[in-house]
Design a binder for this molecule. Structure first.
Ligand SMILES: Cc1cc2nc3c(=O)[nH]c(=O)nc-3n(C[C@H](O)[C@H](O)[C@H](O)COP(=O)(O)O)c2cc1C
Length: 480
């Protein structure tokens, strides 16, 4: 097969321009291919509400102090969406055990303000709907006018101050695990608020932390990320049409390389959410020993836990987890019940305390939440270096795929074009023969030549239609 070359492609299309220009916008196609050639070094942007991120990467919120102002601002500075997690943030404040609510509000506000000082990029926050102080944390996010609020671990349907959030230009994005949940949230919102969220984050079954799936669902085909993306895209497309709005579909869980980003976007997502890879960065807010747990873990260390809050979670399994499962109690004091669904009395440990110990580097007094691909991490790098690696990987994957498709199309177009030329010649010869036959006044001969001429004409039209079809496809690929 010929090696694809943009110039050859353009010449080919230009040759064909005169013949089919009337029926298809060949000039537009050429312009687009040339434009893409210039712009092929760029990743698509992410539009989220009224905000535009130059990088289609959302850094997943990581609770209990893993993603705070340092990581979020570093990601935002690279063009992505940096996210501060509100969950368990009060544990960073000395007065947490005196007044958990006030400590959480104070620590959350402080981190947002620090992040704002460090970046002009897009800063989001991640708040758990199920948490008892959800409303208070949401108020802080509104007062501080963050750019995006991601709401997970529950369905954000009732008591959302949508109007107030719109006045502050805050994008609102629920975190979901299915098309059903997406539809329910959007349907209820349109009824209650006459408005809809600005998109969704789909957290797939390979993600780290608490998961929105039952254990037996995780390996099933219908719960795999690309499958769920397609389903949710269909749901969102309906609401896009109805509300004449752009909606962002952000998908995450197991996205590790630039190629993974390309494939996730190709399956229908507008952006990816990534968390695990951002843990192993200089800027991640956790203790170095937390990050080293990622570098040192093996594939077989990563597994599931049944969290005291009643959900399945993915973590690096250690003795702390094993002992708890055997029934050994790790003493804790639940002075401030942060989650109403938490069965603190029956639990062998407090999840917030365990995760906070790990954050501080005391891994044996807790454990490390991690995504399924954490074992692939070999070193701790800067956010800048990580983003640069991801961009390169994305562009390489894209160019390989686009060139492959365009190459195949180009050779098809060229062979069709050759046969089109041949058929034009045959048509011309048949026309001449028909004209000659007409003056012979031999009805049988006229009819025979007329038939051939008709067939030759039909052949020309059919080839032209096929060429048009291939050219339109070329256009679509060039636009991708
Ligand atoms: C250490 C850790 C903590 C997390 N904490 C939260 C959280 O508090 N809230 C949440 O919505 N998701 C949480 N997640 C999920 C991430 O935001 C993200 O969606 C997911 O991990 C993406 O998959 P990946 O880690 O394979 O990139 C956490 C993930 C990790 C690894």
């Amino acid at each position: 097969m010929k090696t694809f070359n943009f110039d050859n492609m353009v010449i080919s299309l230009k040759q064909f321009t005169k013949t089919v220009e009337k029926s298809i916008p060949v000039k537009e196609i050429i312009k687009q291919i040339e434009f893409n050639n210039i712009n092929k070094k760029k990743l698509p942007q992410l539009k989220i509400g009224n905000h535009i991120a130059s990088l289609p990467i959302v850094q997943g919120g990581m609770g209990v102090g893993i993603s705070l102002s340092s990581l979020a601002s570093a990601v935002a500075n690279e063009g992505g969406v940096g996210v501060i997690a509100a969950n368990g943030i009060g544990l960073l404040d000395n007065d947490y055990y005196k007044d958990g609510d006030a400590a959480s509000v104070r620590a959350f506000r402080k981190e947002i303000q620090i992040a704002r000082k460090k970046t002009k990029g897009i800063i989001g926050v991640n708040i758990m709907v199920a948490i008892d102080n959800f409303k208070k944390m949401l108020d802080v996010a509104i007062e501080e006018a963050v750019d995006v609020v991601f709401m997970g671990a529950g369905l954000p349907i009732k008591n959302i101050p949508v109007k107030k959030m719109r006045e502050k230009n805050i994008a609102i994005v629920p975190i979901v695990s299915s098309a059903r949940a997406t539809n329910l949230i959007f349907k209820m919102w349109s009824k209650i608020y006459n408005d809809i969220p600005d998109g969704v984050v789909l957290e797939g079954p390979l993600a780290g932390g608490h998961l929105g799936y039952e254990k037996d669902q995780l390996d099933k085909k219908e719960y795999q990320l690309n499958h769920l993306v397609k389903e949710i895209k269909i749901t969102l497309d309906g609401y896009k049409k109805e509300f004449k709005r752009e909606l962002a579909l952000i998908a995450g869980g197991g996205v590790y390389t630039g190629r993974d980003i390309y494939e996730t976007l190709n399956s229908g997502a507008d952006a990816v959410q990534m968390a695990t890879r951002f843990v192993a960065t200089d800027e991640c807010d956790a203790d170095i020993r937390f990050k080293e747990a990622y570098v040192n873990c093996k594939k077989s260390d990563i597994g599931l836990i049944k969290s005291p809050v009643g959900m399945v979670g993915r973590a690096i399994r250690n003795d702390f987890i094993r002992k708890s499962e055997e029934g050994i109690k790790h003493n804790f004091n639940c002075s401030w019940k942060c989650l109403s669904t938490c069965k603190a009395n029956e639990a062998n440990y407090c999840i917030s305390v365990a995760l906070n110990n790990a954050r501080k580097g005391q891994i044996d007094k807790g454990f490390v939440f991690a995504g399924s691909s954490a074992y692939r991490i070999k070193e701790i790098v800067s956010v800048k270096a990580l983003v640069s690696e991801l961009k390169k990987g994305y562009l390489k994957a894209k160019n390989v795929e686009v060139n492959k498709s365009l190459n195949q199309l180009l050779s098809k177009i060229q062979s069709l074009y050759d046969s089109y030329q041949d058929r034009l010649k045959i048509e011309y010869r048949c026309k001449k023969a028909y004209e000659k036959a007409l003056v012979s006044f031999n009805d049988v001969a006229i009819e025979e030549v007329r038939k051939q001429y008709k067939k030759a004409k039909a052949n020309v039209i059919n080839t032209q239609l096929l060429l048009e079809e291939k050219l339109l496809l070329t256009w679509k690929i060039a636009l991708s």
